[in-house]
Ligand binder design. Sequence first.
Ligand code: GDP
Length: 194
Amino acid sequence: VKGLDGGSSASGGGRSAAGGMPRIKMVLLGDSGVGKSCLVLRFVRGQFDPSSKVTVGAAFMSHPVALPDSSTVKFEIWDTAGQERYASLAPLYYRGASAAAIVYDITSKESFAKAKHWVKELQKNASQEIVIVLVGNKSDLEQDRDVSAEEAKAYAEENGMEHVEASAKTAHNVSEIFESIAAHLPRMLNQGEP
Ligand code: GDP
């Protein structure tokens, strides 16, 4: 596994020992092809470039995010690197994650059904309190929509998650995914502090 400089995040979110920027491990889950890699690239690099998928899959990408209290945390965003085809990802993938985005494609009912599977998988494997956002990607493909926003929002509410519809292609709502997570983080970052 590359990106082991993030090893200390295995203990969860929090201030780093050196007093630097707090780090948050965020994992991406969802069916293959829903656009997980494209969302990260859009957020971190401001680009839509499906061809650079391999570089993302090899490790995590880091990006600073401002919290509502004006402090900044570094998001370490882990992509599945194609492992989503297995029934369950390695426990290492979930370990220490304080945030997760479960992604489906609004034009695919099947991907939404899989998203529900990932919610259960995460609830089973996550070892600590975790902020989850359910992301309906490809909102630019409204004409091919197969999952209603209402249905997804209701499901998210029942399961204590935020819900965002976004498009990695047009950049619609992509930063909102991370902001909606950031809005819940100060409370968690302060856990364990005197
Ligand atoms: P992953 O397997 O979940 O990481 O999916 P990718 O990021 O590799 O994207 C899968 C395919 O969906 C690629 O062909 C992308 O071009 C396409 N895609 C990703 N995001 C969007 C989006 O927001 N809108 C549209 N129209 N296509 C997208």
